[in-house]
Design a protein around this ligand. Structure first.
Ligand SMILES: [Zn+2]
Length: 331
């Protein structure tokens, strides 16, 4: 008997597909920073030297990064050494191979000018890096010689040398996250109905949902108890906002609004839904992993951002208590 060919899943509506696909990309960087914007989370990782130095575990796992890493050392840390080459070699680093001096201030630029040292700026993400330094010095108005200095990884597309360490995820993790995030969409109380509204047939939507759940099970994902513990779904196995716990409608997944910071357009007809990190992103942890990711209201995401869910809830409780103590009852 012939092996049964794997059933092809009907395509998702384009807007939903794009929203899920984008979760595997970095965001929030512009042309004047060293980081890449909207690239895969498995790209070259940039690691500050002080972190590389103190974290032996990080040094051990660094060979697993799919597209390598570059350690960035500040000029003062590099030039204060009597023998910087020897110092770097103690940490398995070599300037121009897996390490670059990173200029961020005009003072450093003037004090240890790389051009006067005959250095080239780097433009490769794999060894050899093609130079010894990279610079992102902002413009100042103080003197005549004050234009911004963007040297290295500044002209190619996409710009930037690599991604932040905490943004990194392997290709497998990125794909697992995408699969489970799609399943969490299908767990919204009206997901099929809304998918039909945005162009799928009823049979197509139901088939897609079934295949998505099946795929997640094969991958060992979709542990409902864990999703409940992580505030991603409720006891009825319906998708909720991890902060306010309201059940989410599938409608919030379909919008064309770009999510770039500072450019949000309030939309009164749709409560916009964004990717939601249960534990906030921070250095020293890789938080792009399946059970740390859900979907939540854009507004709730903004409120929780950087602080985390429980610290934000404590803050709100304090505010409500203080209001009550002062006679302003919140009813
Ligand atoms: Zn919410």
């Amino acid at each position: 008997m012939n092996a049964k060919k794997k059933e092809k899943a009907p395509a998702l509506p384009a807007l939903l597909n794009r929203k899920i696909s984008k979760t595997g990309q970095t965001r929030g960087a512009d042309d004047d920073v060293i980081y890449q914007n909207r690239v895969n989370r498995c790209n070259t990782v940039l690691i500050p030297f002080h972190q590389w130095k103190k974290d032996s575990e990080l040094r051990k796992i660094s060979s697993n990064f799919e597209n390598g890493f570059i350690v960035l050392i500040q000029p003062q840390d590099y030039f204060s050494q009597s023998d910087p080459t020897q110092m770097l070699s103690q940490y398995a680093l070599e300037l121009g191979e897996n390490c670059l001096v990173f200029y961020e201030t005009r003072h450093d630029w003037n004090t240890h000018n790389p051009q006067s040292l005959g250095w080239e700026c780097a433009n490769n993400r794999n060894a050899p890096l093609g130079g010894n330094y990279v610079a992102r010095v902002p413009a100042t108005t103080a003197s005549h010689d004050s234009g911004k200095i963007n040297h290295g990884y500044a002209s190619q597309s996409p710009k930037g040398a690599g991604i932040r360490l905490y943004e990194y995820a392997s290709s497998d993790t990125i794909n697992n996250c995408r699969s489970q995030l799609e399943a969490i969409y299908w767990l919204c109380f009206d997901s099929v109905e809304v998918a039909i509204k945005y162009g799928m047939t009823k049979e197509g939507a139901e088939k897609r949902r079934e295949l998505c759940f099946k795929k997640c099970e094969e991958l060992g994902l979709l542990d409902y108890e864990r999703l409940f513990q992580q505030r991603i779904i409720n006891k009825k196995h319906r998708t909720i906002c991890p902060f306010c716990l309201k059940e989410l409608s599938g409608n919030g997944f379909y919008n064309r609004l770009e999510q770039a910071e500072g450019r949000e357009v309030p939309d009164l007809t749709v409560t916009q839904i964004n990717l939601f990190h249960i534990d906030e992103l921070k250095y020293g942890e890789f938080n792009h992993r399946p059970y740390n990711l859900g979907w939540g209201h854009h507004h709730c995401n903004v409120v929780v951002k950087d602080s985390g869910i429980y610290p934000t809830l404590h803050w709100i409780k304090e505010i409500l208590d203080r209001n009550s103590e002062n006679g302003y009852e919140v009813k």
